[in-house]
Design a binder for this molecule. Structure first.
Ligand SMILES: C[S@@+](CC[C@H](N)C(=O)[O-])C[C@H]1O[C@@H](n2cnc3c(N)ncnc32)[C@H](O)[C@@H]1O
Length: 271
């Protein structure tokens, strides 16, 4: 039964996130962030490496105290929760299109200064003009067919001088975007390249302060993944199944990242 559910997970965007949430709950007993791990040191846990990525993203965004931070594509809210613990005075809004992720966010990730809203990154209907100090978008823009519309929204909702960060998986220059076409279709993947990203910013009066390629840290982040599923009280069948599912996912991610894609971080400012 579980095997059937895991196979189904590859079949659609919604089911993929259901599978990830289910996998993490089964292995770790709680929801985790829905992004790739970032390597800093040997022998770190998967959870620590997910935190590392958020820490890395926050590094250049300055002091968040008393700021309004918008996370676009907040998933199950785990990043928002992590940030709300790091800084108690930041006001956080998380938006996402996936109702199941938002249900988890509302049930487990809230704080008095955090709210989660159903919205589309390309519209941001619920976010007022010039209302956001800091905007982050981690591993979500790859799903947006119209990234120019998303950048228009960044420009509209941010206060002048506000900082934004987009972490996204891009096509390498030479890649024609034909790898894993079946996975892309079912997973609503719309990867673009770095030139497109330069155009989105220029057209929408946004300025990058720094761009960096963190593919090596992400690829290395999967080092040691065989130890991430503890045997503990699990029966042999579910242990093997979990290991197998993780091994397939890791293989898929790493092949893409090593050959066709790169993981980029864009730090910018509203001019
Ligand atoms: C890989 S998850 C990342 C979640 C979170 N940012 C994190 O780092 O854990 C991508 C999220 O983007 C959301 N998403 C996809 N398309 C979207 C859109 N057009 N507007 C808002 N959210 C979207 C998905 O529902 C999913 O929850």
């Amino acid at each position: 039964m579980k095997l059937f559910r895991y196979i189904q997970g590859a079949g659609s965007f919604k089911r993929y996130y259901r599978l990830l949430n289910d996998l993490y709950r089964t292995v770790y007993g709680r929801e985790l962030m829905l992004h790739f791990p970032f390597y800093l040191e040997e022998n770190e846990s998967f959870i620590q490496r997910q935190y590392n990525l958020v820490d890395h993203c926050l590094e250049n965004l300055g002091d968040l105290s008393d700021q309004v931070l918008l996370e676009v594509g907040c998933g199950n809210g785990a990043n928002c929760k992590y940030i709300s613990v790091l800084n108690e005075s930041v006001t956080i809004i998380g938006i996402d299109l996936n109702e199941e992720n938002l249900e988890i966010a509302n049930a487990h990730m809230g704080s008095s200064r955090t709210q989660f809203i159903h919205d589309d990154a390309q519209k941001l209907d619920h976010i007022e003009d010039s209302s956001v100090d800091v905007l982050i978008c981690i591993e979500s823009a790859l799903h947006y067919p119209d990234k120019d519309a998303f950048f228009r929204q960044i420009s509209r909702v941010m206060k002048p001088g506000g900082k934004f960060l987009v972490a996204d998986i891009l096509r390498r220059k030479e890649d024609r975007g034909r790898s894993l076409w079946w996975w892309k279709r079912t997973m609503l993947l719309h990867h673009t390249n770095e030139n497109d990203y330069q155009d989105y910013a220029t057209r929408n009066k946004l300025k990058y302060l720094a761009t960096s390629d963190i593919t090596p840290e992400i690829v290395k982040g999967y080092e040691g993944h065989r130890s991430w599923i503890p045997r503990e009280n699990r029966n042999w069948g579910s242990f093997v199944l979990l290991r197998f599912t993780l091994a397939i996912l890791v293989r898929l991610y790493l092949k893409e990242l090593r050959i066709h894609k790169k993981y980029m971080v864009f730090n910018g400012v509203h001019a």
